[in-house]
Write a protein of this length. Sequence first.
Length: 330
Amino acid sequence: MVLRLALLGMGAVGRGIIQAALEKDLGLIITAVADSRSGCIDPNGLNLPELLDRKDKTGMCGDTGISAETIVKTAPYDILVEMTPTDARSGEPATSYIRDALQRGSHVVTSNKGPVALHYHELASLAKKNHLQFRFEATVAGAIPILQTLIHNLGGNEILSLYGVLNGTCNYILTRMAEEGLTYKQALDEARTLGYAEADPTYDVKGIDAAIKLVILANTVWKKNICLDDVDVTGIDLLTEEALRLAEQQDATIRLIGEIIPGDNIYRLCPRIIPKDHPLVVQGSLNAIIVRTDLAGDLLFVGKGAGSRETASAVIGDILSIRDIHAGGN
Ligand SMILES: NC(=O)c1ccc[n+]([C@@H]2O[C@H](COP(=O)([O-])OP(=O)(O)OC[C@H]3O[C@@H](n4cnc5c(N)ncnc54)[C@H](OP(=O)(O)O)[C@@H]3O)[C@@H](O)[C@H]2O)c1
């Protein structure tokens, strides 16, 4: 069975999907793509090298007369792959695209944290009612398959707690401050130059991005019903070089740690002093997560939390698992 995908967003993640579809035989075709200003549709599958070339040369993937909304509502596709920018406060326009696709009878995979953090329960029940899949592995920890692992592979466990480094930009800044004695501003500027931090890094350094991931984990793994305001958040923007130096003197360092203890309703994100040999002291832009379970014991996950190919890996995993479920395979 050849799956037909409609892609919304042709930025880092969208391009990662297109590149992977060109490099590997994934058994899928891309029948529609939209970016912020244009769109293109071909029921037989778009010519992907031409698509990449057009986007590079014109900044647009297609015609200005074709919008994302047109694609969601009229293009032929089996799975909507939603990869537009995250809006943590409204979740729009992504939530409307997802809702429309599910109402139309299509599965949805998204890498966008906004709709999942704000509307998971509504969207999951709409999908269930229509016998469809709604998947979002890429929204937490990029390439690390944490959501499927916790929800399915560890399904027989009580998951007692989760601790993690969930924002690669903050981890990069903290690593560089500790290793090279850079100031916060120098490390942030370096992260921007290397493309780890956005021009406006507020979401990352104030802890909002990592806190959204805690909301997604709490609501999807533990079926809680929390929102961003329920997370106790302290970012790294006020952290001083002095604090890092003091930690160094105790053979420790500082990491921005997210924490969920579901039994006590604790959802917290704050910089923590931890021994340098602790497994959560990962370097650079890596993510790391420890989960504590009753049957499986403690598990540690480390990997790239962002990046075009790494995030595409998580999105493609979701796409292929939908194919397997609907082909009656495993
Ligand atoms: N990059 C990562 O490593 C990563 C990791 C995990 C999750 N995510 C999430 O995945 C999503 C995509 O990330 P990204 O890095 O690919 O972002 P990006 O590079 O900024 O690309 C966003 C894409 O969405 C398009 N777009 C904007 N508004 C749109 C709309 N209303 N309809 C259709 N397309 C629209 C943009 O169009 P133009 O090309 O015209 O600007 C662009 O092609 C975000 O929600 C992000 O938080 C990213």
